[in-house]
Every structure is written in structure tokens, then in C-alpha cells.
Ligand binder design. Sequence first.
Ligand code: NAG
Ligand code: NAG
Ligand code: NAG
Ligand code: NAG
Ligand code: NAG
Length: 183
Amino acid sequence: MACDHFIFLLANIVALHLIIMQAKSAFKFTNLKCLDHDVNFSRFEICRLKVIGRGVITLNIKVALYKTPVTNSTLNIALYKKANGFKPFLYNYTVDLCAFFANRKRYSVVKVLMELFVNNSNINHTCPYNDALMIKDLVFDEDRFQLLPIPEGEYMIKGKVFAYNELKGTTEAMFYRQDSLMP
Ligand SMILES: *[C@@H]1O[C@H](CO)[C@@H](O)[C@H](O)[C@H]1NC(C)=O
Ligand SMILES: *[C@@H]1O[C@H](CO)[C@@H](O)[C@H](O)[C@H]1NC(C)=O
Ligand SMILES: *[C@@H]1O[C@H](CO)[C@@H](O)[C@H](O)[C@H]1NC(C)=O
Ligand SMILES: *[C@@H]1O[C@H](CO)[C@@H](O)[C@H](O)[C@H]1NC(C)=O
Ligand SMILES: *[C@@H]1O[C@H](CO)[C@@H](O)[C@H](O)[C@H]1NC(C)=O
């Protein structure tokens, strides 16, 4: 989509400026919520932030699947920014997960959003899904956001997972980005 490419280009330009400016920033998870919508289909077994010291907080999620193989799944991923409550901000994509993992080259912005999570997960493979899905010891840091520049503030990434067009699970990960005052 032309619009996708434009936003992606814009994101790259801004990212380049950030790199040139050598901006240092801190990212930290502040809250995590998981909601089951069909416990016969799947259930969140783990949904927690873990403090691993020195202010570093990791995100951990495990979802058990009861109706395998799962061959049809879509994800709606949207970014919200806090300003009198969380308001939709900049990114909102719905992606066919099976098609995405079969041909990820085609999905520029979605790919950047997905890579925030998939490197620390076992979700990075083509359908079907047969085993519990996990994201383990995920830390948000500056490297991860190089292609996704966002201003200082508090954010929420909301993911709504559907299978066969039915909503099965929702996760909300809250985090903030703060500019470092260090020179
Ligand atoms: C889940 O499965 C149980 C047992 O088979 C059934 O009684 C219940 O109605 C199911 N719930 C939903 C929401 O489908
Ligand atoms: C994202 O877009 C979908 C339609 O594509 C819409 O239903 C949904 O409300 C939007 N969500 C946000 C947070 O803007
Ligand atoms: C996902 O897996 C593919 C091939 O299995 C690999 O090429 C790619 O680098 C992986 N990507 C991430 C983000 O882990
Ligand atoms: C994820 O892993 C892929 C392949 O190893 C790498 O190219 C990519 O930069 C990583 N992304 C993030 C956000 O760490
Ligand atoms: C996924 O399942 C839904 C509901 O059965 C169907 O409408 C949709 O076409 C399926 N998607 C794919 C890619 O097969």
C-alpha cells in the first residue's frame, strides 16, 4: 500500500535524524494485561512483567492452545499514546499472521512492529501453530525502536488475536519512553 510505504519512509527519515542526534532514551514496561475471550480455545498461562534488576523489566507471555492445529489467525496491533487516557497513535494494522510468516518481505511497517516481539518468541514460523505460544524475557530498548521512532511519553501496544475470525485473546503492554538527560 502506498500509504504504508510513505509512513515507513517517514519513519526512516525520522529515525535517521534520531541517530544523527545520538539521542539516548530509556524504555520501560509499566504494566501488562492479558484477556482470554474463549478459554476452550486458548488461555494465557503466563502474563507478567518481571524485574530482573537495575530497573530492567522483562515481558513474559505464554498462551496454551487447546484446538490445534491453528491454521488461521489474524492480529490487530495498535499503538496508543497516553494523554488523558490512552489514545490511538500512528500505527494500527491488521495482519493475517499465517500469510505474514509465509511471506514477511511484503509487510514493511507491520514487520517492524512484529519484530518488537517475535525475536524473543516461538511465534516466528509459518502456520500451523501446534504448541503453546511464548514470548520470553523481552526487553524494550532503543535498538528495537530505531525504525519506529516515537516521542517521549507513555504508550500502550494493544494486540488482538483472532482465529477463524473470532477474537481469542487481547494483550495490552504499557511502557514509557524517556529521553536521557545524560550528555
Ligand atoms: C467450553 O467447553 C465446555 C465443555 O465442552 C462447554 O460446556 C462450554 O459451553 C464451552 N464454552 C464455550 C464458550 O464454548
Ligand atoms: C484500527 O482500525 C480498525 C479498522 O481497520 C478499527 O476497527 C479500530 O477501531 C482501529 N483501532 C484503533 C485503536 O484506532
Ligand atoms: C524468523 O525466522 C526466519 C526464518 O526462519 C529468519 O530468517 C528471520 O530472521 C527470523 N526473524 C526474526 C525476527 O526472528
Ligand atoms: C530480530 O532478528 C533479526 C534476525 O536475527 C534481526 O535482523 C533484527 O534486527 C532483529 N530485530 C530486533 C528488533 O531486534
Ligand atoms: C480464516 O477463517 C475465516 C472464518 O472461517 C475465513 O472467513 C477466512 O477466509 C479465513 N482466512 C484464510 C486466510 O483462510
